[in-house]
Ligand binder design. Structure first.
Ligand SMILES: Nc1ncnc2c1ncn2[C@@H]1O[C@H](COP(=O)(O)OP(=O)(O)OP(=O)(O)O)[C@@H](O)[C@H]1O
Ligand SMILES: [Mg+2]
Length: 326
């Protein structure tokens, strides 16, 4: 097992009090596997990604649980161990890629820095000219226009979508064991999106890389993922094979999410919103966090959070599939 997240709790200190962003997340990922992390805004997707790369903001805290990546517990690594882990064990493309690149250095300089780190870790000699041509090849793979020219520019001379693809290309050059992509295609236009998705998909076979793909967009997740993990209120409400979860969702929240995919038969661009709003994580509802929006709500749902249950080849948290406590 490459990644094993167990009972992970993460909080943020805020002026309004402690916000419980992750509340007992379990997630395992095998080598070469792609897991799509889906869920509404605020469900904790980015927090989970940042937790895995040990890049929570200063007000974020691991309050309970463990994250074992390639045999090491990320939560308790020292600063130098964390630096060694990044780029080798894991690489993350952030949701807001604009801050990822250093604004005062040319793209070429930053690419060479990344490649120098890789060479050092692999104990190999490093040749700058070879590095640049290797980078240009990767830039072509992510469909960056005029890569030979673009590589010598500064980040502010690139568009948001181009910066995102530069960051994805740097990630690919580093060949990490786990590649975390947080909404990597939302700033890209549809044809480029499809190309980048295809490329990420090919990683699985080419590099045996594992991918965590964070997205709002279920149709995108469907194309790329082996498994689907649905996050709600900082908990995994349902996780299983894509074919199982998408074709026959069990959890009422998953059902609502799948329903919200625009169908071809529906009018162009018409999105079906899920009624109600996501929970306020400063004062989440008691019991199951989805109960205020759930069409199947029962008494027990209002007071008790359901445990993890195995049903129809997946894991989920829902009282409908569990005998309520007596
Ligand atoms: N730096 C922070 N300080 C305080 N609260 C935060 C911080 N970052 C995130 N949160 C809160 O933590 C919860 C989870 O946020 P997170 O960004 O992980 O959600 P997300 O699923 O990535 O959402 P989105 O789809 O909008 O990117 C939310 O309630 C959010 O408001
Ligand atoms: Mg996010």
């Amino acid at each position: 097992m490459l990644l094993q997240v167990e009972d992970l709790h993460v909080t943020y200190d805020t002026v309004y009090g402690t916000l419980n962003a992750l509340n007992g997340v379990n997630l395992s990922i095998e080598e070469g596997e792609t897991v799509a992390l889906v869920g509404e805004s605020g469900s904790g997707k980015s927090t989970l990604g940042l937790s895995i790369v040990r890049l929570l903001p200063p007000n974020g805290r691991y309050s309970k649980g463990s994250i074992v990546l390639n045999g090491k517990n990320v939560v308790s690594l020292s600063g130098s161990e964390v630096r060694r882990m990044r780029g080798t064990d894991v690489f993350m493309v952030f949701q807001d890629p604009l801050n990822t690149l250093n604004p005062v250095k040319r793209v070429s300089t930053q690419v060479l820095e990344a490649l120098a780190v890789r060479a050092k870790k692999e104990n190999k000699a490093f040749d700058q000219r070879e590095g640049i041509s290797e980078a240009i090849e990767k830039f072509k793979d992510v469909r960056l226009p005029d890569p030979e020219v673009l590589i010598h520019r500064y980040p502010h001379q690139l568009s948001g979508g181009q910066i995102q693809r530069v960051v994805i290309a740097i990630g690919l050059l580093l060949k990490p064991k786990l590649f975390i992509a947080d909404e990597p295609t939302s700033a890209l236009d549809v044809t480029i999106q499809a190309q980048v998705l295809k490329l990420l998909n090919s990683l699985k076979s080419e590099y045996k890389m594992s991918v965590i793909f964070i997205t709002h967009d279920i149709s995108v997740a469907y194309v790329i993922a082996d498994r689907f993990a649905v996050l709600y209120g900082g908990e995994v409400s349902e996780i299983g094979e894509v074919s199982k979860v998408v074709k026959s969702p069990l959890h009422p929240y998953t059902k609502a999410l799948i329903e919200s995919i625009p169908k071809r038969s529906r009018k162009e661009g018409e999105l079906v919103a899920i009624p109600g709003s996501p929970p306020n994580m400063l004062s989440p509802p008691t019991g199951c966090k989805f109960h205020p929006r759930c069409p199947y709500v029962m008494d027990v749902c209002r007071t008790e959070n359901p445990p993890y249950t195995e049903a129809d080849e997946r894991t989920l948290r829902c009282w409908l599939y569990e005998r309520p406590p007596t």
